[in-house]
Design a protein around this ligand. Structure first.
Ligand SMILES: [Zn+2]
Length: 671
């Protein structure tokens, strides 16, 4: 019998036939798909004909079709509906997949063919998109070290292996420190804490086998504790433990690991011909150079620090009114900021919730896409991997565009967070393929299901990513949809969040679950205003971390990263009452792997762009201005990675993004 994953999918729109697939099918399907892919790659590499775009790059694009099928099905269920068997499979697959793809990227004869094409690129008569795909393919091989030979090649392999193992140790040390520390709370210690914090602390206590509720170093517990506990002594104790993660001396100390990682990254970048690791990392990003990143961060830093200083004065005064003298400390900020928030704009989340029904918010996200891009959504009845999943057929002018799947509810088998993935990416080569896109969220179930305001933002955010996939209109899958630079990929998603905040959208779709009444104007105003509370603090703690990350990788690796961190913070005048969002010994974004190293700035970069891009609508004639919507689709949502991100943005906006809209949006300068 053929494996149901690898056989033809005779389902509506060729959606994976989840109902016929069992967990025992994954391993044989993956083994077979990898063999087929290897054979395809070998055939391309061994081809004796002169390399052409068709026999090399297009052949690479067409290869691995079975891999796509297996991996899209497997990773969908492993993330959204796991079980012990699937977890075990994931552990088994991850080294196999790493080895598989590294075999391809270090295949010398394959690289020779790509390099040969690259040398002759001007004579090949390529379309712009083909030239782009060739450039990306060649650059990918070079960056992976395929052009290195002899000792350099051997050293590169050593560096990669050592860096991978250091990253793992960094993560494990951090987990160990987080696991080991907890603080028991006696009856009098929980006074003043809201019920949900006490509940979380009690659940954490049970997990630790303690009789009392406990505070742990998990962000979801310690942050509310720092926010709400009136006990200054306990806040200090907890804060000190939290910020000491990875720097407690002994076996789990991460400081020497960080030093070695930075040194080896620099060596790796130099082997590949770059001056620094930051230069290597930023080559593929929209920002491109460390100077441009620093420049952007400093433009945000200046007004943020001004606001934070003014806020610190207010909070210090509140603290003095509590009878505490001396300077405001880092363990005081969140507590007094929360008091101030409550006094200045208390938003009653419980009263707001009935206005944010999941189904109405889904409708709202569809209605905006209809007004902006003419998309229509019709429910689609297909069996998926879990009864909670819903599907829609997306059309425009009667033509099929995509299938959209929403899997909204939290459950034990789903990992936390929210994400968007393409179960099938858009492409026209080797055949026309319409996207199948899924949004996975973790909203609480209910009848009707109600969202918090953050949940509703998440819904719009993920739907923005989905639009980027669904409206994609390129030839080659390797550059379709969200296959863009890391500092550009959050633009469509963060931008789409703005439509939730358009007052007419909330007025129409935020209707009360029982009465059907639209949200009261007063509440609407409060919702919109609460969004930029305490942005001085939040911007400062984030930008400080981003600047330290950049300094670590720009230029020679520091002999002592802790000294370097202190130096950077002193230079920018970091206030003592605000800690870095992530300090070096627990800065997992930067040290657990390569993902966000020299790239922590990218959240802010995207935010600058989304604010600036939405301002373009407002300047033009409102949130639904049809010309801007068309330009957004033509230049950004449909283009994938077919051009440089900067060119795409320029084509949409007519200029590069400026920070003004972000500063206004965060309330850091006057609107
Ligand atoms: Zn996102």
């Amino acid at each position: 019998m053929t494996n149901p994953i690898l056989s033809d999918w005779n389902t509506p729109f060729e959606i994976a036939p989840f109902a016929t697939i069992s967990d025992d099918d994954f391993t044989p399907a993956l083994e077979q798909a990898m063999q087929v892919h290897d054979a395809e790659i070998d055939a391309i590499a061994a081809n004796q004909d002169t390399p052409t775009f068709a026999n090399t790059i297009e052949a690479l694009e067409a290869a691995g079709e079975q891999m796509d099928k297996v991996l899209s099905v497997f990773f969908t269920v492993a993330g959204a509906d796991s079980n012990p068997k699937r977890e075990e499979l994931q552990r088994a697959f991850s080294p196999k997949l790493a080895a598989h793809y590294s075999r391809i990227s270090s295949n010398k004869s394959l690289f020779q063919r790509v390099a040969d094409l690259w040398d002759r690129r001007d004579e090949l008569g390529l379309t712009d998109e083909q030239a782009r795909v060739l450039m990306l393919s060649h650059r990918g091989f070079v960056r992976a070290g395929a052009a290195l030979t002899g000792d350099d090649d051997a050293r590169m392999q050593e560096l990669k292996a050592r860096l991978a193992s250091l990253g793992t140790s960094f993560t494990q040390n951090l987990l160990a420190d987080e696991r080991d520390w907890f603080m028991e709370l006696a009856e009098e210690d929980v006074q003043g804490l809201p019920g949900f914090v006490v509940d979380t602390a009690r659940a954490a206590g049970q997990e630790k086998g303690a009789d009392e509720p406990v505070v742990t170093l998990s962000r979801s517990l310690i942050v509310p504790f720092l926010q709400f506990s009136p006990r200054r002594d306990l806040r200090e104790k907890a804060y000190r433990a939290w910020t000491a993660r990875g720097a407690n001396g002994g076996e789990t100390d991460n400081r020497e690991i960080a030093t070695e990682i930075l040194k080896l990254r620099e060596e790796r970048a130099k082997l590949l011909g770059y001056d620094s690791f930051a230069e290597y990392k930023l080559e593929t990003e929209m920002a491109r150079t460390p100077d441009r990143v620093r420049d952007l961060l400093m433009q945000v830093w200046e007004p943020a620090i001004k606001r934070a200083d003014a806020d610190a004065d207010e909070l210090t005064q509140m603290m003095q009114e509590d009878g505490i003298n001396g300077p405001l400390e880092a363990w005081d900020w969140r507590y007094y900021a929360e008091k101030r928030r409550k006094a200045e704009h208390d938003l009653d989340e419980a009263a707001l919730k009935p206005y944010l029904q999941l189904d109405r918010m889904i409708e709202a996200s569809f209605a905006c896409a209809n007004r902006l891009f003419g998309l229509e959504f019709a429910p689609l009845d297909v069996p998926l991997y879990h009864p909670d999943c819903r599907a829609w057929e997306v059309t425009r002018n009667g033509e099929h565009v995509a299938v959209f799947i929403g899997d909204y509810f939290a459950r034990g088998s789903k990992r936390s967070g929210a994400w968007c993935s393409a179960m099938r990416g858009q492409a026209k080569f080797p055949k026309v393929q319409a996207p199948v896109v899924i949004n996975v969220c973790n909203f609480a179930k209910g009848d009707p299901a109600l969202l918090s305001y953050d949940d509703a933002r998440t819904l719009f955010h993920e739907f923005g990513h989905a639009l980027h996939q669904m409206l994609s209109n390129v030839t080659y899958e390797s550059i379709s949809g969200t296959s863009v630079a890391r500092d550009f990929v959050e633009l469509p998603s963060q931008l789409y969040e703005h439509w939730l905040e358009v007052p007419e959208v909330l007025a129409e779709f935020a209707t009360h679950a029982d009465t059907g009444e639209p949200i009261p104007q007063e509440m609407l105003k409060k919702v919109l205003k609460a969004a930029n509370f305490d942005q001085g603090f939040q911007t400062v703690e984030y930008v400080a971390s981003a600047l330290v990350d950049l300094a670590f990788h720009d230029g020679a690796a520091p002999a002592d990263p802790m000294d370097k961190q202190a130096e950077v913070l002193a230079e920018i005048g970091m206030p003592s009452a605000i800690g870095m969002r992530h300090a070096t010994p627990h800065f997992a974004h930067v040290f657990a792997g390569d993902g966000y190293s020299s790239g922590y700035y990218s959240y802010m970069w995207s935010e600058v762009m989304d604010a600036d891009a939405f301002a373009a609508f407002e300047e033009a004639g409102g949130a639904f201005d049809p010309e801007r919507a068309k330009s957004l689709e033509d230049n950004i949502l449909s283009t994938g990675g077919s051009r440089e991100a900067e060119d795409l943005y320029l084509a949409f906006r007519g200029r590069l993004p400026g920070v003004e809209a972000l500063l206004k949006g965060r309330g850091l300068i006057a609107a």
